[in-house]
Design a protein around this ligand. Structure first.
Ligand code: BT5
Length: 320
């Protein structure tokens, strides 16, 4: 399967570098060490998912147009960080988190990623729905942090910061809303869903799911998208940039704890000084007051009646 992904990305690279001159099936076959029949089979599969590949007798294959797909063959060659060891996925997937979870349970290594262009059953937290139309990037990464479950508390913030770094490398100016919302001026541009399995003293796996609105039209009043801020960002490039941002933030957190990232998180935190109400995930009010930052454990500091409360998790709303 991994061989298939790299073969398909080799074929796309050969077609792209040949341009209008075209690349012969024979030359591609020779270079990638497979048969011409295998190349023809992959060309047919690429056509099926929207690549327009002309075949000119005597000259070979010419790629005349390519869809902007978030598939392994497009994303894998763009990834820079060595954390990413394996890329799975397809044009359309139910939920990349479900796929990544199955891979994790089956023993997939840290750094395995599942990518998709469309999800038919994209999930948010607490059984909420994540709208996942074409034009977005849907990603789930298998992580195996060598820590106890209790140490995972700041991980949502670490992932959010990594997503923000990736978006910055694309030219966006993201803001963070504790704990793990990533916003642009137009609204929420990315959602993060962490799922995990742990023993008391040891985390077995974490699946970090990330949905990014690249150029997608989402039917949500509070949704933003990259295309409103930066022109001509491909969904596959957005996927790779975000994954590389996440890898770097994750490694820095493993090495230095959230303390090493706290200042960078704070600099992008848009709740600083705001009057907020924090509720737990069942909707019960935890505290209301003004935000005084995020501590080195990733807890939100809220000043209320002259004392400061450190909140480990919850949902924040701004008070009018
Ligand atoms: C999240 O949930 O923000 C986490 C979303 C994680 C999605 C990724 S995609 C890859 C991976 N595979 C999955 O199946 N999931 C992950 P939450 O904080 O509960 O926010 C969900 C709420 O955001 C919904 O109830 C809507 O109000 C809103 N929403 C839904 N789709 C949206 C979108 N595309 N953009 C912005 N907001 C959206």
């Amino acid at each position: 399967r991994r061989r298939e992904v790299s073969l398909r990305s080799d074929i796309l690279a050969a077609l792209r570098s040949a341009g209008p001159a075209g690349a012969s099936g024979e030359a591609i076959a020779r270079e990638s060490g497979v048969s011409r029949v295998a190349i023809a089979k992959h060309i047919a599969a690429l056509r099926e998912i929207g690549y327009v590949i002309d075949a000119h007798p005597g000259e070979g294959y010419v790629l005349t147009s390519a869809p902007d797909l978030v598939i392994p063959a497009e994303v894998a060659p763009l990834l820079r960080d060595s954390l990413w060891v394996r890329v799975e996925g397809d044009v359309t997937v139910g939920s990349t988190n479900d796929e990544a979870r199955s891979l994790a349970v089956a023993g997939a290594a840290e750094g395995t990623v599942v990518v998709a262009s469309v999800q038919t059953a994209g999930r948010g937290r607490l059984g909420r729905q994540w709208e996942s139309p074409a034009g977005g990037a849907y990603l789930s990464a298998v992580l195996r942090p060598p820590v106890a479950a209790i140490e995972l508390a700041p991980l949502p913030l670490v992932i959010a910061l990594g997503v923000a770094r990736g978006l910055e490398s694309l030219g966006c100016a993201p803001r963070l809303k504790w704990p793990n919302d990533v916003e642009l001026t137009s609204g929420k541009v990315a959602g993060i869903l962490l799922e995990l399995s742990a023993q008391a003293d040891r985390v077995e796996w974490v699946v970090a799911g990330i949905g990014i609105n690249v150029a997608s039209q989402v039917d949500q009043p509070s949704a933003g998208r990259i295309a409103d801020e930066v022109a001509d960002v491909s969904a596959s490039q957005a996927a790779a940039s975000v994954l590389d941002g996440v890898a770097a933030a994750y490694i820095e957190w493993l090495d230095g704890g959230f303390g090493a990232l706290a200042a960078e998180y704070a600099a992008r935190h848009r709740l600083e000084g705001e009057e907020v109400t924090v509720r737990d995930l069942e909707g019960r009010k935890v505290v209301a007051g003004s935000v005084r930052g995020v501590d080195s454990f990733g807890r939100l500091l809220v000043e209320s009646d002259g004392r400061t409360v450190a909140v480990p998790s919850g949902d924040v709303t701004l008070r009018a």
